[in-house]
Design a protein around this ligand. Structure first.
Ligand code: BJ8
Length: 419
């Protein structure tokens, strides 16, 4: 990575602390990613995007801001990117997957809380995330209690706007979500001074659909036996999706898929166990479970998570002539996301079973971030449903630290031997 200290300083970052973070990341990335054999050539772009995650992309954001664009940070795949883009703003996913930020998060939040929430708060409190520092506003959402209440604390540090997400999927909840999207449009228009027009919104719906299609293409390629790409690499692509320029991301992901399509014609078989992961998101640089699984005799084929299929499944229709029509289309698509914050959430279990069949998987690993109660409780239903179908299941509850890595490895090893 180049020298970006002046830019970071102008973003009011804690440079000394940030140096410590910058030292740790390349080492971890090198150990986990660059030691993989026979990686696709097109992954070079994603290596670069990760290496420059606090550099080149931050320069781009700075340049866009100088031209008058606004940058908003999000934490949930329910916040519609289409609206952000339709006001000519840039959205960045701020969910944080690093243990580095936990200590600072715990200065303002209880310790017994989901690491994802503590990490994003720590990133802000410590002023060591250039994305956070680049944001003009944070868009929160009422999903789990941890995030919902953390936004109240975040307001002490920067402007926050919270969308009220319904927690059920009845007809009236679809209408409530439409109303929330309309309020969000108003908020984004106020922030940017740009009006959302029917044409512009159709254009950004189309753009986001193209991004979804590129990711879907990648995941469809993973259905091959063997998969032409490791789960680790596919996870990196998904993680980069939350930060990168959207047009470039679509192009580079399609380049990768072109290469993988060639690969599947010649790839030799292996005897690796095929694994579906389901559960809580894995924000960058959380590669812990994938690296354990793929360090053993197994490959991760699909993630039924918000850094996986929940991010790109289902497109938004561009049918209609009014903003109201398009908002309805947006609400219809987003309400199909099966998050455990909803009750009931049987769609998620149906998705997991569908993926086991589609990806010809041998087993499922449920990934639960510590203290994420909604997913932890939902595990019981998942376990019952998979047992009825004779699908092997392992539950891993963990945080971002490496302390339990050895124990998880032993449990995954035993699971792989059993299936
Ligand atoms: S749609 S999964 S991105 S809320 S922060 S719920 S892990 S305790 S992230 Fe999420 Fe939106 Fe749902 Fe997806 Fe649990 Fe942690 Fe809460 Fe989390």
């Amino acid at each position: 990575m180049g020298d970006y200290r002046e830019i970071w300083s102008n973003l009011n970052m804690d440079l000394d602390k940030h140096d410590i973070l910058c030292e740790a990341l390349p080492q971890a990335f090198g150990d986990i990613y660059l030691t993989q054999e026979n990686r696709p050539e097109a992954m070079n772009y994603f290596n670069y995007a990760l290496a420059e995650v606090h550099g080149a992309r931050i320069v781009e954001l700075k340049e866009e801001k100088e031209k008058g664009k606004k940058v908003v940070g999000t934490f949930c795949v329910f916040v519609p990117d289409e609206v952000i883009l339709a006001t000519n703003a840039i959205g960045v996913g701020l969910c944080s997957g690093s243990q580095f930020w936990i200590e600072d998060g715990e200065k303002v939040l209880p310790r017994n809380l989901c690491p994802l929430v503590k990490a994003f708060m720590g990133a802000k409190v410590s002023r060591t995330c250039p994305y956070f520092q680049s944001c003009d506003m944070i868009i929160g959402e009422t999903t789990c209690d941890g995030k919902k209440k953390a936004y109240e604390i975040l307001e002490d540090y920067m402007p926050v706007y919270v969308m009220e997400l319904p927690q059920m999927k009845r007809e009236k909840n679809y209408e409530e979500w439409q109303d929330e999207i309309k309020l969000f449009i108003k908020k984004m228009e106020e922030l940017t001074g740009n009006k959302v027009t029917v044409d512009k919104l159709k254009e950004t719906i189309d753009l986001c659909n193209r991004k979804r299609r590129a990711l879907k293409r990648l995941y469809d390629l993973r259905k091959n036996t063997p998969s032409p790409i490791s789960g680790l690499d596919a996870l990196l692509v998904s993680q980069v999706a939350f930060l990168d320029d959207i047009e470039r991301f679509i192009a580079r992901t399609n380049d990768l898929c072109d290469e993988l399509e060639e690969r599947v014609k010649t790839i030799e078989g292996n005897n690796k166990k095929r694994i579906v992961i389901t559960g809580t998101p894995m924000a960058v640089p959380n590669w812990k479970l994938h690296s354990i699984i793929e360090g053993l005799n197994a490959e991760v084929l699909v993630e039924e998570t918000c850094t996986g299929t929940r991010y790109f499944e289902n497109e938004v229709s561009t049918e209609g002539d009014t903003i109201d029509d398009l908002v309805k289309n947006l609400a219809d698509r987003y309400m199909k996301i099966n998050c455990a914050c909803f009750t009931p959430n049987d769609g998620r279990i149906e998705d997991v079973i569908r993926f086991v069949e589609e990806y010809k998987a041998d087993g499922v690993i449920n990934y639960n971030l510590s203290f994420c109660h909604t997913y932890a409780i939902e595990y019981g239903k998942l376990e019952k449903a998979l047992k009825e179908k004779n699908i092997p299941l392992l539950n891993i509850e963990t945080d971002y630290s490496e302390e339990d890595a050895g124990q998880i490895k032993t449990r995954v090893e035993a699971f792989l031997e059993m299936i």
